[in-house]
Design a protein around this ligand. Structure first.
Ligand SMILES: *Cc1c(COP(=O)(O)O)cnc(C)c1O
Length: 379
């Protein structure tokens, strides 16, 4: 591919020296589980989000699952309770709910923002649910006045899936009073999977929350359920943050402003240069701060697959996030909940993600746009 969808080596190249230095520091430290490097990344995430606690985990899915398990251990959720989830999300959001023994109550997507549609929540959804999962899909803040209203009016626990939205702000005040994704809900999960805006060189995740009891429960659950040495209060798991990954992620996190700025530039350029009636560019929030462009996703309608094949032929890498709605995956064949969500189903068939990472130069974006504008579906 002349224009790869995402070149992780190029993404990390600007930080090569800092990354090598950080890795060597861990090699030389003799401390290979938990410790200072993990504490430093947790501190950096508290600073970024404004949350009072941050707890490293092995990955983003575990961060989500351990939040829900933590609420169950604290008696704030009971096994089998309903949790509202976006029908249109990466499957991890919903896997966390089912893994924790809770029941997904899916909510339709907003056709403009692709995020959970607060206006689509019915009285029956509310009656069935004690919590809501809010995924900031593609890096766009999903927290809205409608969701805030439902959460506050019905005393719901709000859990954010902030895996794609690191550094994105919210125009709507959180249940915490916070204004950053990762600090608008009662607890949030981040992922440092290598393709995320701030990616590790392996797996890593983080929970942020203002709730000290939940933070302590998650920290114990992630470490065999142990609150102190050889004392297990929960039947936990092993999902600790790896100090090597923590050291590497801390390097990347120092450059988050540069990363986000370059992604916003690329998105703005696509908006300006894409000029064809065959696709719709993504909706934009009023505030630039609300979007960190983890993905730049166009709606190509019925032409999606033809456009994707044409772009591949022309050397432009693309991806589809996501081709199958999570509730239509075979693993949920026997899950008893509503599965027909027309907006979500339509999006799965028509969305296409274009290269938007900070490793894609603006000159390449211009060329990609020229290629897109020459597309004719008859070819
Ligand atoms: C990446 C991602 C996750 C899971 O993170 P991992 O670190 O890969 O476990 C969860 N939710 C969303 C929306 C994601 O994009």
């Amino acid at each position: 591919m002349r224009y790869p969808f995402l070149d992780l080596k190029a993404v990390n190249a600007p930080y090569e020296h800092e990354l090598r230095e950080a890795a060597l520091r861990v090699v030389d430290s003799g401390r290979y589980i938990s410790g200072e490097e993990c504490a430093a990344l947790e501190e950096a995430m508290r600073r970024l989000t404004g949350a009072s606690h941050a707890v490293g985990t092995g990955n983003g899915l575990d961060a989500l699952t351990l939040i829900l398990r933590g609420y169950i251990e604290l008696g704030r959720l009971r096994p089998g309770d309903g949790v509202m989830v976006p029908a249109n999300t990466y499957i991890a959001t919903i896997l966390a709910v089912t893994a924790a023994g809770l029941r997904p109550v899916p909510i339709e997507a907003d056709p403009l923002t692709f995020n959970i549609d607060g206006e689509a929540i019915t009285p029956r959804d509310i009656e069935q649910s004690r919590a809501m999962m809010v995924t900031h899909l593609y890096g766009r803040n999903a927290w809205t006045p409608a969701l805030r209203d439902v959460a506050l009016r019905h005393g719901m626990i709000v859990v954010e899936d902030a895996a794609q939205s690191i550094g994105a702000a919210s125009a709507t005040e959180g249940v915490t009073g916070g204004r950053m994704t990762g600090h608008v809900g009662h607890a949030a999960a981040f992922s440092f999977y290598p393709t995320k805006n701030v990616g590790a060189l392996g797996d890593a995740g983080m929970v942020t929350t203002d709730d000290g009891d939940l933070a302590a429960a998650v920290r114990a659950l992630a470490n065999y359920g142990s609150d102190r040495r050889y004392h297990n209060i929960y039947a936990g798991v092993n999902s600790r943050l790896d100090p090597l990954q923590a050291a590497l992620v801390a390097v990347k996190l120092r450059h988050i402003d540069a990363i986000t700025t370059r992604r916003r530039e690329n998105a703005r350029l696509y908006d300006r240069l894409i000029d064809t009636p065959l696709l719709t560019i993504p909706d934009r929030p009023e505030l630039d701060a609300e979007h960190v462009w983890h993905q730049y996703v166009v709606d190509a309608g019925e032409h999606r697959d033809a456009l994707r094949a044409y772009l591949a032929e022309q050397g432009v890498g693309t991806d589809i996030h996501y081709p199958t709605p999570p509730l239509r995956q075979p693993c949920y064949d026997s899950l008893d909940c509503r599965k027909d969500f027309p907006v979500t189903d339509r999006l799965a068939a028509s969305v296409l993600s274009l290269p938007v990472s900070e490793a894609t130069p603006v000159a390449d974006i211009s060329e990609i746009c020229r290629i897109i504008n020459r597309f004719t579906p008859e070819r």
